[in-house]
Write a protein that binds this ligand. Structure first.
Ligand SMILES: Nc1ncnc2c1ncn2[C@@H]1O[C@H](COP(=O)(O)OP(=O)(O)OP(=O)(O)O)[C@@H](O)[C@H]1O
Length: 236
């Protein structure tokens, strides 16, 4: 049984301008334990796809089936922390909302290198540290499915690189099923088991790459660069 099944979905937005048919008969499956990266030009429907999986949007036609949809971990481009509560409490609140005991929160804060900041307010943290809290919060709810929407694209290159490697480490220690939306072909190649390329309007799955390289992976691995290069060629 697949962890996520999008089966011939249609999705049309009737907003301010002309109606937008973002999906028309679009299908995608994510298998248990698989991390699928979704890349594609701006406006192709990547975030809409994540919203459909998260249940934040409903398809007009077709079906979205998510195994254990009740336990989602989500990381967005912005950390979306509660600025008026300390770091540890930010994570604890999410854990409590998921109905879990908060005993493991310090362990995950330690894993993201922020245990010493547990009692501090998010406002004293750097952008990269705040995003680490967001990553810790997402893992702390022990999600059945992790949804990542451009999680590192608001960070500078070096901080983004560190966080990608951190995510890879966390994923190795706590294997999950996930969908990663990214503009960054190198990030997709580094982190994903499979990269799907969306293009066109309505969006179609125009290419698909299986990244069959052992982990931990290094951003310097020439084999990864080869995948990266092929994805870039699809996007330009
Ligand atoms: N709630 C909405 N109401 C109206 N139109 C929407 C809505 N959400 C998305 N759209 C439209 O659907 C299309 C796909 O948007 P979406 O955000 O999914 O694309 P994307 O691939 O994630 O883009 P980007 O890479 O720029 O974030 C866009 O044309 C957008 O304007």
């Amino acid at each position: 049984m697949s962890a996520v099944i999008l089966d011939r979905i249609g999705k049309r937005f009737t907003g301010t301008g002309a109606a937008e048919t973002v999906f028309d008969g679009f299908s995608l499956r994510v298998e248990p334990g698989e991390l699928v990266a979704v890349v594609g030009a701006s406006g192709t429907g990547k975030t809409t796809l994540l919203h459909l999986v998260a249940g934040l949007e409903k398809p007009d036609t077709g079906t979205v089936s998510v195994n254990s949809a009740d336990r989602l971990g989500m990381v967005f481009q912005q950390p979306r922390l509660l600025d008026w509560v300390p770091v540890r409490k930010n994570v604890e609140l999410a854990v409590e909302a998921a109905g879990l005991p908060t005993g493991g929160v310090d362990e995950i804060l330690d894993a993201v290198g922020l245990l010493e900041y547990a009692g501090k307010f998010p406002s004293v943290l750097s952008g990269g540290q705040r995003q680490r809290v967001a990553v810790a919060r997402a893992f702390a709810v022990q999600p059945a499915l992790m949804l990542l929407d451009e999680p590192f694209s608001a960070l500078d290159e070096i901080t983004g690189r560190r966080l990608r490697l951190l995510l890879q480490d966390l994923w190795l220690q706590r294997p999950l099923t996930g969908l990663l939306v990214t503009h960054n072909p190198a990030e997709a190649a580094l982190l994903a088991d499979r990269v799907v390329v969306l293009s066109g309007r309505p969006a179609v799955l125009s290419q698909e790459y299986t990244v069959d390289l052992p982990r931990p992976r290094s951003p310097e691995d020439p084999a990864l660069f080869d995948v990266h290069r092929r994805i870039v060629a699809d996007l330009v």
